[in-house]
Ligand binder design. Structure first.
Ligand SMILES: Nc1ncnc2c1ncn2[C@@H]1O[C@H](COP(=O)(O)OP(=O)(O)OP(=O)(O)O)[C@@H](O)[C@H]1O
Ligand SMILES: [Mg+2]
Length: 220
């Protein structure tokens, strides 16, 4: 099956000389359509760096990242849920979800319909006119999920999407991501410290000091 994304011997070093930090190195991996993978690893092991490379938001300093099933055009076809807060404070919830679609050139009518549907799908249709500062952590995270789902991506990358949530809300957000990936026929890669996630996602990769161990045993 043609891979959505493929990394060949990829490295990413931040900075130069004595200050250089090798965040990831020697990584070869790929994701096929429909794949569901959880990535674990200690803080600083390179999970966010890997996700940014897979999304095409960052470039490797060595090796190659390619997107064979996307004709090497990842932009607009991969959705990334960022690790930290990512909603724009002056925009309300609906506008936050709509913005990437408008930037991608979709019409206003189409954008409004897609954003409204995505908010309803994650159970927060009633929050459309709230500002980010009026949301709880769990609500804000669901808006970030809706923003990605509205664009119907082929690959969903979620960077510690439950890091700030209690276990009930974390379970809910993971269920939403898994269900949405199946509904959209998208692949899903979730980085996490949360064992609950590795239990719900079939494949498990582990990062350590910038290297990746694929198909590590699930910690059930
Ligand atoms: N923009 C940057 N500039 C310099 N160093 C960076 C930058 N981003 C990350 N690093 C370094 O790269 C390494 C990997 O960081 P990364 O954020 O990928 O880890 P992580 O596994 O996502 O950690 P966490 O679980 O805490 O989110 C760390 O040593 C970090 O300090
Ligand atoms: Mg991280």
């Amino acid at each position: 099956m043609t891979e959505l994304v493929r990394c060949e011997n990829v490295a990413r070093t931040y900075g130069k000389g004595v200050d250089a930090v090798v965040a990831v190195h020697g990584i070869t991996c790929s994701l096929e359509p429909g794949a569901q993978v959880a990535v674990t690893g200690p803080s600083g092991s390179g999970k966010s760096t890997l996700l940014h490379l897979l999304a095409g938001l960052d470039r490797p300093t060595a090796g190659q990242v390619s997107w064979p099933a996307l004709d090497d055009e990842p932009h607009g076809r991969i959705g990334l849920i960022f690790q930290g807060p990512s909603l724009l404070p002056p925009l309300d919830v609906l506008e936050n979800v709509a913005l990437p679609l408008l930037v991608a050139g979709r019409t206003e009518t189409d954008t409004r319909a897609a954003a409204t549907r995505a908010l309803r799908d994650v159970g927060i249709g009633s929050l459309a006119r709230k500002l980010p500062e009026e949301l709880s952590g769990g609500q804000a995270q669901r808006v970030a999920v809706a923003r990605v789902l509205a664009a119907a991506p082929r690959l969903i990358l979620a960077d510690e999407p439950t890091g700030q949530l209690d276990s009930a809300m974390a379970g809910h957000v993971i269920d939403l991501l898994v269900e949405a990936a199946v509904r959209l026929d998208a692949a899903l890669l979730v980085s996490t410290h949360d064992l609950l996630i590795t239990e719900r996602i079939s494949r498990h990769w582990e990062m350590h000091d910038g290297t990746l161990r694929k198909d590590a045993p699930c910690s059930r």
